[in-house]
Design a protein around this ligand. Structure first.
Ligand code: DGT
Ligand code: CA
Ligand code: CA
Ligand code: ZN
Length: 563
């Protein structure tokens, strides 16, 4: 658990206490605790190891113990107990923006509303407006907030389903008789949102595997348990489908369950034209089953080159394959460096030296330190003077490791008018400048577009960081004319970042394809705030593949040259 997650747990606790009408000082204690944790200059695990958690403002003995529990097992007793004492739908209700715990408590007491569906029904029947202090306006606000929330959560962000799917794979792998198991569906295609989790397993007794899966402790409800497929709802409220097949059936089942449906439909009709039948069991000529030892074999029988899962959307890949013009996609090994990481000079957790060592460990040839600029006060943003001091540290690393290049950079804030948070004279001294928007996220389309375009017109800016600002499942992208942004990037020779944090994946697939079409360079960055964060890069590579990107389009798949 990182600081952010511990802070969120404390905030949830505060919300639930407030919902129950507990003493305000208790609520405040958790809110202050959350704030202190979020602002902690050091990693919680480190502070705890040194017995120094209580040095954080507002963290006393009680919260110190709870942080310990959170770090050990991801939750704490008091929170678990409190959750059991409130209606099950309350968490999702409290997640509706603009609906605080006090209002939720009133709605529960006075109208019996205990989940999102209950709120929707009450709004529909106009039952809220008659409560003292509510009114029609407030009703309308809640209606909009609820609609926005539903839109965001009807599909699940990949950041939620991918880790869950990987944990399930490990669990299924341990079931008796399982020979292999893999993630399929939209998660394997690396779509940024997913409807459910699809898994495929091979075992001598597939039905028994389905039954064992359905009986797992992670499952809250079994929807269907058939010969080939088990469909369940997990404790997290997410559906999971497991296809279990007999030995030999794995590649065809994996291919079928990976989809997309549109891609499969096209392949099946291609098969028919060749007098073949393609289905989830294999590929057939009349009664004869053709050999399918891998997914490659399926494409080979159809006279096609292998089409990687990330491309299987029927968005031009079949035509490209038929014409022998599939793009050569980016691979993890192509990445030669990372051009956006943070250190403890701003809101990162590790030193310049530690980040550089971790990058060398990954086999990178270069790394750009891009800490926040000064206006981002909460993140200890850097000014020209601190950047100059940081450069001395960077120079020392470079002197000690001549085979590796540590670049001096910055993630400079873009102000409302598109000017930058640091003077040109300071930017001119840096190797790599990423400019990002972190405030004024709600500005209108014209202003937001103008901000990015102006930033790109600054000759010192090399890349735009997380260009649309989206956080999957939590924050919509800014209002932006992406066409114009891409055009400006092409005109000014500025790269657009593909931020590889799983919760961002910003740019999206569609925008990456647009950038590729217009000849704009993309830089795939981890935006790591610690050593582990460098591993985000693999998510970025898979997203880049979805955008049809190869080495030629990716800035950090080429050796470093200052251009
Ligand atoms: P999702 O879950 O909405 O993010 O998207 P998928 O692609 O994971 O879709 P899902 O879970 O409904 O189905 C998984 C795969 O199963 C899908 O990619 C292809 C296959 N599949 C499902 N329904 C059909 C169908 O009606 N026809 C064919 N050919 N394949 C199907
Ligand atoms: Ca799915
Ligand atoms: Ca499914
Ligand atoms: Zn940023």
């Amino acid at each position: 658990m990182d600081r952010q997650q511990v802070a969120e747990a404390f905030e949830e606790m505060a919300d639930l206490l407030e919902f129950r009408g507990e003493e305000p000082f208790k609520v405040r204690a958790y809110r202050r605790g959350a704030e202190a944790v979020r602002r902690s200059p050091e990693e919680l695990a480190v502070l705890r190891g040194e017995g120094r958690l209580h040095e954080l403002p507002g963290i006393g003995k009680a919260l110190e113990e709870k942080i310990g529990e959170l770090l050990d097992r991801g939750t704490f007793r008091a929170l678990e107990e409190l959750k059991r004492s409130v209606p099950a739908g309350m968490e999702e209700l409290l997640a509706v923006p603009g609906l605080g715990p006090k209002t939720a408590a009133r709605l529960y007491r006075e109208l019996g509303i205990k989940d999102r569906a209950g709120l929707a029904a009450a709004l529909e029947q106009k039952r809220l407006r008659d409560l003292p202090g509510m009114g029609e306006r407030r009703e309308q606000q809640l209606r909009e907030a609820l609609a926005a929330r539903e839109r965001l959560t009807s599909r699940h962000p990949l950041s939620e389903t991918l880790p869950l799917a990987e944990a399930l794979v490990e669990e299924v792998r341990r079931l008796p008789g399982v020979r292999q198991v893999a993630v399929a569906g939209s998660i394997r295609r690396f779509r940024d949102t997913t409807g459910d989790i699809d898994l495929v397993a091979e075992a001598a007794d597939p039905e028994a595997v389905g039954r064992a899966f359905a009986a797992s402790g992670r499952v809250s409800r079994v929807l269907a348990l058939g010969e080939v497929r088990a469909r369940v709802i997990l404790a997290e409220g997410i559906q999971a489908d497991l296809w279990a097949v007999a030995p030999g059936g794995f590649p065809a089942a994996l291919h079928h369950a990976t989809g997309s449906k549109n891609h499969s439909v096209r392949l099946r009709s291609l098969a028919r034209q060749l007098g073949l039948t393609l289905n989830e069991y294999g590929i057939f000529r009349g009664e004869e089953s053709l050999a399918v030892r891998s997914e490659e074999d399926i494409y080979r029988h159809l006279g096609l080159p292998f089409i990687p899962p990330e491309l299987r959307e029927d968005s031009g890949e079949i035509e490209a394959a038929l014409a022998g013009q599939l793009p050569e996609l980016l691979n993890p090994a192509d990445i030669l460096g990372d051009l956006h990481v943070h250190t403890d000079w701003s809101d990162g957790q590790r030193s310049v030296d530690e980040m550089a060592a971790a990058a060398r460990e990954l086999g990178y040839r270069y790394l750009a330190i891009c800490d926040h600029s000064r206006s981002l006060g909460v993140a200890h943003g850097l000014d020209g003077e601190r950047l100059a001091r940081q450069r001395e540290e960077i120079a020392a690393v470079n002197a000690a490791h001549p085979e590796f290049r540590l670049l001096a950079g910055v993630e400079v804030d873009i102000r409302m008018d598109g000017s930058l948070d640091l003077p040109d004279a300071v930017l001119a001294q840096l190797d790599f400048v990423t400019a990002s928007i972190h405030a004024g996220l709600g500005a209108d389309r014209a202003i937001q577009t103008r901000r990015l375009v102006r930033a790109m017109e600054n000759p010192h800016v090399d890349a735009i960081g997380h260009p649309t600002g989206r956080i999957l499942g939590r924050r919509e992208p800014y209002e932006l004319d992406l066409e114009e942004v891409v055009a400006a990037a092409a005109r000014t020779g500025t790269a657009l970042e593909l931020n590889a944090q799983l919760s961002r994946l910003d740019l999206s697939t569609e925008h990456l394809r647009l950038a590729r079409e217009r000849g704009v360079q993309v830089v795939v960055n981890s935006d790591a705030h610690g050593v582990e964060g460098l591993r985000n890069m693999v998510f970025g590579v898979r997203s880049a593949r979805r955008g049809w990107l190869g080495r030629a389009q990716v800035r950090n798949a080429r050796p470093w040259t200052a251009d």
